[in-house]
Design a binder for this molecule. Structure first.
Ligand code: NAD
Ligand code: UDP
Length: 389
């Protein structure tokens, strides 16, 4: 969109151009949000991250239409005095920075807790003290396990949505015991949500909290040994993509029985843009952002990705495309899992009129097409290199 076109919000009012500080702009969600804002709005972005690889196409060359509207700041928010100044210069801060990969929660619990709670504290404090609006990224994982998961396996109540649909204003947060360090992430995210909520209640902080439910799409995480560490364990989309690219079996943790709902990143970003441009409707709210229609077990996800990738690559799937592994073997001691994640959509429908559009098959088709184009050649080269013994 031309930067001069006036944009209108959901209440028919013109939207003034904003300066947005985006912390974690170089990550998966940040890169898509930067793209959307630059392509469709007149807003300016102060993009903060320690990495910029995923947004380098937006930062150079200078001749791009939006060249003057994005500025990259290579800053680690753990220890940088420039943070408060950047918050003061902006109308809105969006905080995406986090360690948010399950393989880290039980193996690097201290880093996980520091990243998701301690490092976010100054961001909340500076926004509150300077009267600046904050959109903070939390997670659906704050819900933990469903109430239904504690019922006997054959209980008919397990089929009742009251026992599994996750609602922002009524569902409890149910985590495992302390030695199940998997929950270090969810617990840190829950505490920062509570702190933000309290800053709103006691000091008038204008905030919105986002709980993403498995947003997936291009540029998510990394492919081990290609653009990330060989021994690294990314989230499930990249784990399964990696196996498909290498023609290896997809590993199903504890039988792949857990259920997830997956939403296409481009649908989810539409919801965030609505929050940015409709503060009167978004402030003071916590929003589930997911696609309740795209529910599968992890095993079904593996089967679907295998079928889609065979179409995309033109190579037939392996005869036995999956293999079961124990969570202890795959993630190590202290792993635990969320059983099922269906977002209730009442609040986001009512406040922002948002609904996801893309089916799981379609989103996997565009995402795996991207993975194939981006990585297939590089993976082939790595595989064909003789290994040194
Ligand atoms: P990501 O890891 O791709 O992006 C996070 C970015 O934050 C990275 O680029 C990282 O370099 C940056 N960062 C981390 N610590 C930093 C620091 N100290 N200083 C500066 N930059 C730092 O993750 P994502 O998937 O884009 O997730 C973004 C947010 O959304 C996170 O808060 C995450 O917990 C939340 N979330 C995402 C999902 C999802 O489905 N993708 C689900 C639940 C929650
Ligand atoms: N998982 C799996 N194989 C993998 C990676 C993940 O079976 O190679 C499972 C994991 O145990 C979880 C689900 O896939 O049940 C989703 O994992 P993800 O890393 O995307 O994060 P989560 O949704 O748990 O936050």
């Amino acid at each position: 969109m031309a930067a001069s076109t006036v944009r209108i919000n959901l209440d028919g009012k013109p939207i003034n151009p904003l300066t947005i500080l985006m912390i974690g702009a170089g990550g998966f969600i940040g890169s898509h949000l930067c793209e959307k804002i630059l392509q469709e709005t007149p807003h300016k972005i102060l993009a903060l991250d320690v990495y910029s690889d995923k947004i380098k196409h937006l930062l150079e060359p200078d001749s791009l239409e939006w060249a003057g509207r994005i500025q990259f700041h290579r800053i680690n928010i753990k220890h940088d005095s420039r943070l408060e100044g950047l918050i003061k210069m902006s109308d809105l801060t969006i905080n995406l920075a986090a360690i948010c990969t399950p393989a880290d929660y039980n193996t690097r619990p201290l880093d996980t807790i520091y990243s998701n709670f301690i490092d976010a504290l100054p961001v909340v404090k500076y926004c509150s003290e300077n009267g600046k609006r904050l959109i903070h990224f939390s997670t659906c994982e704050v819900y933990g396990k469903t109430i239904g998961s504690f019922l006997p396996k054959d209980s008919p109540l397990r089929q009742d949505p009251a026992y599994y649909v996750l609602k922002e204003d009524t569902s409890p947060c149910i985590f495992g015991s302390i030695e199940k360090q998997r929950w270090s992430y969810a617990c840190a995210k829950q505490l920062i949500e509570r702190l933000i909520y309290a800053e709103g209640a006691e000091n008038g902080l204008e905030f919105t909290i986002v709980r993403p439910f498995n947003w997936i799409g291009p540029r998510m995480d990394f492919i081990p040994g290609i653009d990330g560490p060989s021994e690294g364990v990314p989230r499930v989309l990249a784990c399964f993509s990696n196996a498909l690219l290498r023609r290896e079996q997809l590993k199903l943790v504890d039988g792949g029985e857990s259920q997830r709902t997956f939403v296409y990143i481009k649908d989810a970003i539409e919801a965030v843009l609505l929050m940015i441009e409709n503060p009167d409707r978004a402030n003071g709210h916590i929003f589930n952002v997911g696609n309740p229609n795209n529910e599968v077990t992890v095993r079904q996800l593996a089967e679907m990705m295998t079928a889609v990738y065979a179409n995309v690559s033109g190579e037939p799937a392996l005869e036995e495309p999956t293999v079961d592994v124990s969570s202890k073997e795959f993630y190590g001691e202290g792993y635990d899992d969320s059983d099922k994640r269906i977002p209730d959509m009442t609040i986001i429908n009512k406040q922002l009129g948002w609904n996801p559009k893309t089916s799981l098959w379609d989103l996997l088709d565009s995402t795996l097409t991207y993975q194939h184009k981006t990585y297939a050649e590089a993976v082939k080269k790595v595989i064909s290199k003789p290994t040194t013994s």
